[in-house]
Design a protein around this ligand. Structure first.
Ligand SMILES: [Zn+2]
Ligand SMILES: [Zn+2]
Length: 356
């Protein structure tokens, strides 16, 4: 409603006196429209009977419930405060001759005003993980620190610092950087050392107790943690199975769902089969009727040809699958896992491969 007051003030300042009455009427009419957009019926987001500890709290935060919208972000969503982003980007994808590779060690793509996606160069490490920086008004969250520790080769701390300076300006000194991880595998934590002893920086530990404690998850893995970056409440969903301390991160502001190595266009390796099946069942149920703009994982291993992946260790992927998956892909992963049942089995789909 504060927008409406501003509008009224603006119209009073800029309009001639004769027009003021007309504009006030118009503003009043607009305020009714805006109010009707904001004030959803209180039962708007009550659906299904699926309950988990912490879910009601999370649902209350997501009072702006809509059906999954795929890639399109409608004008309505912008009005309702959803931050729109773009994935119109050509990711660096290695080189056929890494000795002559001219690409930077880290590609930086500004997804939206407050979300940055980074990709490591395949010529430095074939895993070429994606890393995500989400910025709130008090804290910034870095999800994963990359596959290489050496700052001369892979200056992740320096790149992140540049992005923080760009976004916060002089306020950077007041902002806490939280370095967290999609899970504890080496290709997601190797850059942690570069952040040690840096001012205003905290590194989240990689064992389950440390992750639970930091994100206030009382009952791992069934509770959802909530973490406030300042005017930006992030959801932390434990989804063990690939490694053990795997989490999915949902940002209601952009409606992005980050899924690490547990769902991405590549080979989903499974350490604990039944644990992964349970994790994906929970995650799929939770997001069945929640808006997800994109599901973003930590690697690309599939080619653009459906069902075809690149061999392990590939350092050149000229025809790779796009990074983004959809809420429907999450539902498909769950369906496939439930169909396979308790005995682990490989399953190839167009955009991912279950690889027990
Ligand atoms: Zn992993
Ligand atoms: Zn990985």
């Amino acid at each position: 409603m504060k927008d409406t007051k501003g509008l009224l003030l603006m119209t009073s300042i800029f309009a001639g006196k004769k027009d003021i009455l007309l504009l006030i009427s118009l503003s009043f009419f607009l305020s009714i429209i805006i109010a009707s957009c904001e004030d959803k019926p209180s039962n708007y987001n009550q659906r299904g009977n699926y309950t988990r500890a912490g879910q009601q709290e999370v649902e209350d935060l997501n009072s702006e419930q809509k059906e999954p919208s795929g890639d399109a972000v409608s004008e309505t969503e912008e009005i309702m405060g959803i931050e729109k982003g773009t994935l119109d980007v050509q990711w660096i994808h290695g080189s056929d001759n890494c000795n002559q590779d001219a690409n930077p060690p880290i590609q930086v793509h500004q997804y939206s005003s407050s979300v940055v996606i980074m990709r490591q160069n395949k010529c430095i490490n074939f895993e070429a993980p994606f890393m995500y920086l989400i910025m709130g008004s008090a804290k910034a969250l870095l999800v994963d620190s990359g596959a290489t520790g050496n700052a001369a080769q892979f200056p992740i701390e320096q790149v992140v610092e540049t992005e923080l300076q760009r976004y916060y300006g002089v306020r950077r000194n007041e902002i806490m950087l939280v370095v967290a991880h999609s899970h504890g595998h080496g290709d997601h934590v190797a850059g942690d050392g570069q952040f040690q002893d840096k001012p205003n920086t905290v590194i989240v530990g990689t064992n389950q107790q440390q992750v639970s404690q930091f994100f206030n998850i009382d009952n791992w893995p069934v509770d959802i943690g909530l973490y406030d970056l300042g005017d930006r409440m992030i959801e932390i969903h434990p989804i063990p199975g690939h490694q053990g301390t795997d989490i999915a991160i949902y940002d209601p502001k952009t409606q992005l769902l980050l899924t690490g190595d547990s769902l991405y266009p590549g080979r989903i390796y499974v350490n604990q089969w039944e644990v992964l099946r349970a994790s994906m069942q929970r995650l799929a149920a939770y997001f069945q009727n929640k808006p997800v703009t994109h599901v973003l994982g930590a690697h690309i291993e599939m080619s653009a040809t459906p069902g075809q992946d690149y061999p392990i260790g590939t350092t050149f992927q000229p025809n790779e699958h796009v990074l983004q998956l959809t809420g429907a892909t999450l539902q498909l992963l769950n369906t496939e896992l439930q169909n396979i049942g308790p005995n682990p089995m490989r399953k190839v789909t167009d955009s991912f491969i279950i690889s027990p």
